[in-house]
Design a protein around this ligand. Structure first.
Ligand SMILES: Cc1cc2nc3c(=O)[nH]c(=O)nc-3n(C[C@H](O)[C@H](O)[C@H](O)COP(=O)(O)OP(=O)(O)OC[C@H]3O[C@@H](n4cnc5c(N)ncnc54)[C@H](O)[C@@H]3O)c2cc1C
Length: 306
């Protein structure tokens, strides 16, 4: 989440991260951490060592008026000029544990398939929809990730959250509102989530998961860099169907291509830039609007300097 403050100087950036204990990388190309493999550098990439370190980053950013954003990196495009300020990756926040009454707590950096596997290993059902969704628990909460078979809001019981003052609070899911691929949250960082699952048999959970994964492999271009569905499905229709019907499968700008396997995916054929990806998005939107009168809404988050 950005704080929307002025462009930071190197000195202010250095002061903002001076107490951080985790890894700090200056000028890190974000194409290295985004699943689509495009995007310019972050002024500074921080990998906090634990939740206290996340709080240190927030407090440092606040006192120096530096914008920050958290990235798992699987539903995002960063523009080619990169991101001014601090980018955080929560990949050290990987604790996961079973609590009472089929509740599982997972820190924000846990990948959704790992949470799904953890649950199925304990005969807990409810996370099967997450099979093959490569994002983190934090990103999954923010995006209300899901499929037609289920979504985060169906299982989320509470969010472990750090607000912009650096205070750690528990947000009960019943007090939040959710829409298609969006959870209304205050400004701040998700550091963990509690999910309420139900007891099942290991075989049932495994069978469901296997079916979902097979479906994904058959229908999605998983062997090429991508960032999941580009557009939200318009009410009563599917973005992929509209794009395909507009004759756009295989359309290219440079190395950015509308997947020939699933039209609502854009893949990186090798050396695509964010500018090429964005230009292809414009072309798809314009063509679909002209042919069908439907204005496709982005599911992807587009961030970074223009
Ligand atoms: C092959 C493939 C298949 C996919 N299939 C699906 C699918 O079926 N369903 C689906 O919903 N998605 C799907 N996705 C997209 C993606 O995995 C999900 O949207 C996921 O929830 C995003 O998680 P992320 O950690 O990568 O977040 P990002 O994509 O990095 O971030 C998404 C937004 O959340 C914010 N954010 C991330 N983490 C935090 C945090 N801890 N605190 C505060 N803000 C945060 C970011 O700043 C950004 O605004 C797919 C992606 C790929 C590559």
């Amino acid at each position: 989440m950005k704080t929307g403050r002025p462009t930071p100087t190197v000195e202010r950036l250095q002061r903002a991260v001076q107490h951080v204990q985790g890894e700090i990388r200056w000028g890190e190309p974000l194409s290295r951490i985004l699943s689509l493999q495009v995007g310019g550098p972050a002024d500074v990439l921080v990998v906090p060592s634990d939740v206290e370190d996340v709080i240190r980053v927030i407090q440092g950013a606040r006192s120096e008026q530096i914008p920050f954003v958290v990235l798992g990196g699987t539903n995002v495009v960063v523009r080619d000029k990169g991101i001014r300020g601090i980018v955080m990756q929560l990949k050290q926040l990987t604790r996961i544990q079973e609590e009472d009454n089929q509740v599982v707590y997972a820190q924000a950096g846990v990948r959704l398939p790992r949470l799904m596997q953890f649950a199925s290993g304990r005969n807990l059902s409810g996370m099967e929809w997450a099979a093959g969704i490569p994002g983190t628990v934090g990103g999954g909460v923010v995006m209300n990730a899901g499929t037609r078979l289920g979504e985060m809001k169906d299982v989320l019981s509470a969010v472990d959250f750090v607000n912009l003052r650096g205070q750690r609070v528990r947000l009960n899911a019943k007090d939040l509102s959710f829409t298609y691929r969006k959870t209304m949250l205050p400004k701040g960082i998700v550091v963990g989530a509690w999910v309420q699952l139900t007891l099942s048999t290991g075989e049932e959970v495994e069978a469901k998961t296997k079916t979902y994964l097979q479906y994904r492999r058959a229908t999605q271009p998983l062997t090429l860099p991508n960032a999941g569905s580009v557009f939200k499905n318009p009410p009563g229709d599917s973005a992929g169907r509209l794009i395909e019907a507009a004759g756009l499968k295989g359309a290219r700008v440079g190395d950015a291509e509308v997947s020939t396997k699933h039209a609502n995916f854009i893949v990186n054929r090798g050396t695509a830039t964010a500018a090429q990806v964005l230009s292809l998005i414009r072309k798809v939107r314009q063509t679909v609007a002209r042919k069908f009168g439907v204005r496709l809404q982005l599911e992807w988050k587009i961030i970074g300097e223009t």
